[in-house]
Design a protein around this ligand. Structure first.
Ligand code: GCU
Length: 366
């Protein structure tokens, strides 16, 4: 395993799950919130949802799709966005759910699309016993440097030109949106609220991790090729660095994160802490061999280091060398695989994540 130029800050200060739960975990969540992703509202809003359209035999399959509209009400107004839920026509009992935070085009998740793609292979997911849900990141907040005037942030903040240095960025806004979808999914009798997992690729993968770190209703998270400020350890990372991401996407993270441009070695945090916040829930990290911008080895390293928090709960973690492509590793509640190919989310990746989920003792017994 590649060792970074300097070791990331220690994850644990104490060695019991009580001190982790009561002190270190809240401390790390606040650190990443204030220095990296920014603070999303925790209260002062309400969510409701309504069915807007139902499509039978969606994507030319024996699967029905429901489009729902989520309405978030906050002091400065209401904000609406859709999400899609695919249910197999033949089903037994409340289904586990895979919720994709889709950072690409709507056509990949829209039932009217004639296109089926490995990025969201609905037929394969339902064939393995899941309901598949998806939201489009851009429906929650635009993926543009527009001063937060067009997305969900504007119903919470009246003065967008004077934002706090830890005010939430777009990744946190997308994560907030995924939690609002969870508010809705967890109320549907066709679904099992205890087995809803967040899945995302690249910027969507960074979002899935931050979402599951904050929202413990998510059973599990899977980040595909999430790289810089996602799964990858920042210290010694190849490819994208903190200054690169802050330059290209200045609105993704809070203002404070820019203080760490070029100062990675001094950061009091690193990305294994983000992964550790998901403990003891199942966590899966996927990389692709050609995705050097994300740095597969740095993603693997982080997944290994996060195991320290899992071990506090008596769970195993990942151990061993960086695996060969197409050789998934399962260390109890943490899984990892390296896929041959480019930066993408494919049917192969989903299948390996499902193998991992279905191998979890508490998943299988349901
Ligand atoms: C850019 C960005 C990455 C991000 C990726 C994506 O390449 O630099 O951090 O993960 O876009 O979302 O596809």
């Amino acid at each position: 395993m590649k060792v970074p130029s300097s070791l990331p800050p220690v994850l644990l200060k104490e060695t019991s799950s009580e001190t982790w739960e009561n002190s270190r975990r809240p401390e790390l969540l606040a650190l990443l919130r204030d220095e990296v992703y920014g603070a999303a509202p925790l209260r002062g809003f309400s969510t409701r949802f309504s069915l807007s359209e139902e499509t039978k035999d969606a994507m030319h399959t024996k699967i029905d799709c429901r489009a729902y509209t989520v309405t978030v009400s906050a002091p400065l107004g209401e904000y609406r966005f859709p999400f899609y839920l695919y249910l197999p026509q033949q089903r037994k009992g409340p289904l586990p759910v895979l919720l994709l935070i889709n950072n690409r085009e709507r056509g990949l998740i829209d039932p009217k699309s004639s296109r089926t793609d490995g990025f969201f292979p609905v037929a394969e997911l339902t064939a393995r016993g899941f309901a598949a849900a998806a939201l489009l990141t851009k429906d929650v907040d635009t993926d543009q440097d527009d001063g937060f005037q067009n997305g969900i942030v504007r119903i919470f903040e009246s003065d967008l030109s004077h934002r706090a240095p830890n005010a939430w960025g777009t990744i946190a806004a997308w994560a907030f949106g995924a939690s609002r979808v969870m508010d809705c999914l967890s109320q549907l009798p066709e679904l099992d609220p205890a087995r809803i997992s967040a899945v995302g690729h690249s910027r969507g993968g960074k979002t899935a991790l931050w979402c599951a770190a904050n929202d413990r209703r998510f059973y599990s998270a899977y980040s595909s090729c999430s790289g810089c400020t996602g799964a990858a350890i920042t210290r010694g990372k190849q490819g994208e660095r903190v200054a690169d991401i802050n330059r290209a996407f200045p609105y993704w993270f809070c203002q404070n994160y820019k203080n760490w441009n070029g100062r990675e070695e001094e950061m009091p945090f690193d990305q294994q802490m983000l992964l550790a916040l998901i403990a003891p829930r199942p966590l899966y990290v996927g990389s692709a061999t050609e995705d050097l911008w994300a740095d597969p080895q740095a993603e693997f390293l982080s997944a290994c280091l996060a195991g320290e928090a899992y071990r506090l709960y008596g769970e195993k973690g990942l151990a061993g060398e960086f695996p060969a492509p197409e050789t998934p590793l399962h260390g109890g509640r943490i899984g990892y695989h390296l896929r041959t190919g480019e930066h993408n989310l494919t049917a192969y990746d989903w299948q390996r994540y499902i193998d991992f989920l279905q191998g979890q003792p508490d998943f299988a017994v349901k």
